[in-house]
Design a protein around this ligand. Structure first.
Ligand SMILES: Cc1ncc(C[n+]2csc(CCOP(=O)(O)OP(=O)(O)O)c2C)c(N)n1
Length: 319
């Protein structure tokens, strides 16, 4: 992996963390209209996929993949506009949290129904390839979503049709308050791949550099020999399901074990060990990210809310 990619991963994850820390604070101050669901502790996989992907690829992120949005080019100001319900935000103030995307970046707006976006991205990739474009799809889902009928139908269909699709299962050990032990009987989620006749790959979900190094050749190969693969990344949801949830049902020792393997710490340590950044360079990068995110937040607060006269826009055909 080249130096620029490693620094890209760190910058994307630092930006994601800085934004989500502010969203958490704003939520608890009552200054956010909707809910706040973060990918705190799960920043690595979205950043890695963004680093590997090509311009015509398509993505179906879930609620914990802000790093994917940022890696594909979403600006911090736009993201704050989204959560603050501003007129010029991605959903024009109509959604208060994660149901936004940007097709210019190849990123679909998610709907909340678990597993539903896998077939959407799969269909999008098929359409692009019929049009002669090189396109690979990336669908992100959680461990809980692997129990849905939508997951089964979408993975089976994509496998049979040899859609170049990477289904990234972020196993963060809990689906809301349901632990893995009450969610599935197979030893590992990646074992499900065999049932669909596809390759399954299990990786450390908190090591963005390791993920990028492991997945880049897989994705390059998918472009040559289209097929669907299932990737299970082991990670941990370090906050509640959303900020309304105190996650008291998660054993604190489990959280502590993953805190010691925080994706930002892991990435910083590898970059320092490889000599790709030095401590003053790291400090400067972190300060720069914090300042950019502060400025974006302040700008978004000054941005206007939507005008009530636009309330019905996009609701009825022709409006
Ligand atoms: C089909 C469906 N059933 C139930 C829900 C309610 N729901 C929203 S998120 C969630 C838990 C999701 O867990 P998981 O897929 O593991 O993702 P995580 O939140 O852990 O990232 C549930 C049950 C839903 N959105 N869609």
């Amino acid at each position: 992996m080249n130096d620029a990619t490693s620094l890209f991963l760190l910058r994307v994850m630092l930006t994601t963390r800085a934004i989500e820390e502010r969203l958490i604070r704003l939520y608890h101050q009552g200054r956010i209209f909707g809910g706040v669901y973060t990918g705190f502790g799960q920043e690595a996989s979205g950043a890695a996929v963004a680093a590997i992907a090509a311009p015509n690829d398509l993505f179906a992120p879930c609620i914990r993949n802000l790093s994917l949005h940022i890696g594909r080019g979403a600006s911090p100001r736009d993201l704050f506009r989204q959560w603050l319900g501003r007129a010029d935000g991605p959903t024009g103030g109509r959604d208060g949290n994660v149901h936004f995307g940007n097709l210019d970046h190849g990123v679909y707006a998610m709907i909340s129904h678990l597993g539903a976006m896998i077939s959407v991205v799969s269909g999008g990739v098929m359409a692009r390839r019929y049009q002669g474009m090189d396109s690979v799809g990336f669908a992100f889902i959680g461990d809980g979503a692997t129990s849905t009928g939508d997951f089964h139908e979408a993975v089976n269909f994509a496998a049979v049709r040899e859609v170049p699709l990477m289904v990234v299962v972020e196993n963060n050990h809990y689906a809301y308050s349901t632990p893995n032990a009450s969610q599935f009987r197979c030893r590992n989620l990646v074992d499900k791949a065999a049932g669909y006749g596809i390759e399954g790959i299990a990786l450390d979900g908190n090591d963005a550099i390791g993920l990028t190094e492991a997945l880049a050749p897989v994705v390059a190969d998918l472009r040559e020999k289209p097929r669907t693969v299932l990737v299970e990344v082991d990670t941990m949801r370090m906050r509640g399901h959303g900020e309304h949830d105190d996650f008291s049902y998660v054993p604190r020792e489990l959280l502590a074990a993953y805190a010691a393997r925080d994706p930002l710490t892991v990435c910083r340590e590898i970059l320092l060990a490889r000599g790709l950044i030095d401590p003053p360079g790291l400090e400067a990068l972190e300060a720069e990210v914090q300042q950019a995110v502060d400025e974006a937040q302040q700008a978004a607060f000054r941005d206007p809310p939507p005008s009530p006269s636009t309330l019905l826009k996009g609701v009825y055909a022709g409006e």
